[in-house]
Design a protein around this ligand. Structure first.
Ligand code: ZN
Length: 388
């Protein structure tokens, strides 16, 4: 009597692809784990655990494929990650993952490709990285019946990477009727330290607006990939460091940097007359915009280099009744235009790989440039607000 197989049956190829992705995710998170916001730390014991796990799995796959395996973590990081593009590793990948020519380290820093695979490995359900402070603010804002305070806090930290002493005090006192607000601001910022200053001043990137730590050689150049790639990146702005405060690194990475493209889009729509509500219902969407003619869109902005990885992170858009203050007509998943321009297959891969998009065919995937262009400009200035 033969046994009946129960559950999904994976072909050899699917499981090989899965194994390749696990190795890539482990190594990528290991590399990112060794790097703080302030730069790459020296390769030293103990290595990040996921790097060691990735090495072990990679070695096993190499043996199975009859290929030479990396001889240790040094070899994996210094040669494989720094010099070999992923398509030269003895792993199988889905063509939509677009690994050709992608290296994990560029100039000693995790590449954008590497950063995205590391994030996808974290298995994060929620969109914003939910650190303790973000959770606390959401909870308190809900309890106070003031969800707009959460949006206001996000807007503030996204726009203020470094605060001089007076500005810090003013920020804490901005919402006097809510005593928790001062605590939120206090916990969002830490002191500017000597390591992040040059000649008594701290640098703020002229591109992304976030603070920059000088490199070991004293150069000040933003490490954010979109800035690092820009030939016309504006010079940094310098802030007197004495007594100043800087946004906590975790909030830079998970709140302020993703917030940049969202705010840009909000302002461009407002410039054409739209009324834009930021982060409605404690972040259920990035924004809801009502155009001058009354037409409305609910928007989720997704800034990913890899459409293959982005496809896994698209959520269902919320369905709000017509009497809801944030009701919107059309759901839009917005991708920054430079992503689409750099990758001609971007939209195709996204559509092909995303179950969430198939499940909600009414949601439109559109570039930020096209969404802004579709908002009729009647010559009246709109506004960006934090509540209904
Ligand atoms: Zn920057």
């Amino acid at each position: 009597m033969s046994l009946t197989q129960i559950g999904p049956v994976y072909s050899g190829r699917a499981s090989a692809v899965r194994a390749g992705e696990v190795v890539l995710s482990l190594v990528a998170s290991g590399l990112v784990g060794m790097r703080g916001w302030t730069g790459v730390r020296r390769l030293q014991h103990p290595y990040d655990r996921s790097l060691q796990l990735g090495l072990d799995r990679l070695a096993a796959l190499c043996v199975r494929a009859g290929r030479d395996a990396p001889v240790g973590v040094q070899d994996l990081v210094g040669v494989w990650c720094a010099e070999r593009s992923m398509n030269l590793w003895p792993l199988e990948f889905d063509p939509d993952a677009q690994v050709d020519g992608e290296r994990l380290l560029i100039g000693g820093e995790p590449s954008e490709f590497c950063l995205e695979w590391a994030v996808s490995a974290q298995d994060v359900v929620s969109e914003v990285h939910e650190n303790a402070l973000v959770k606390e603010i959401k909870k308190m804002a809900a309890q106070l019946g003031r969800p707009e305070l959460y949006a206001r806090w996000r807007l503030f930290v996204t726009e203020h990477a470094v605060l001089v002493p007076d500005a810090f005090v003013a920020a804490k006192n901005a919402v006097l009727e809510v005593p928790q607000w001062a605590t939120w601001i206090e916990e969002s910022y830490g002191r500017v330290t000597a390591e992040m200053t040059v000649g008594g001043r701290a640098a703020v990137c002229g591109g992304c607006g976030q603070w920059i730590s000088p490199r070991a050689d004293g150069r000040v150049r933003c490490r954010v990939w979109r800035c690092a790639r820009r030939p016309d990146l504006p010079e940094p702005n310098w802030v007197e460091a004495r007594g100043a405060w800087r946004l906590e690194p975790e909030l830079v990475r998970f709140v302020a940097l993703p917030g940049g493209p969202e705010l840009d889009l909000a302002r461009q729509l407002a410039a054409r007359g739209a009324r834009v509500v930021l982060y409605p219902k404690l972040d259920a969407l990035d924004l809801v915009a009502v155009w001058p003619d009354g037409y409305s869109v609910g928007v989720d902005v997704k800034d990913w280099r890899s459409p293959y990885l982005l496809a896994r992170r698209i959520k269902m858009f919320p369905a709000w009744g017509a009497d809801d203050p944030h009701a919107y007509g059309r759901g839009c998943l917005v991708v920054p235009y430079d992503r689409v321009r750099a990758n001609p297959n971007y939209m195709k891969i996204l559509a092909r790989r995303s179950e969430a998009l198939r499940a909600q065919p009414q949601v439109e995937v559109i570039s930020d440039r096209d969404l802004v262009a579709s908002c009729p400009d009647l010559g009246v200035m709109g506004e960006v607000v934090c509540g209904p």
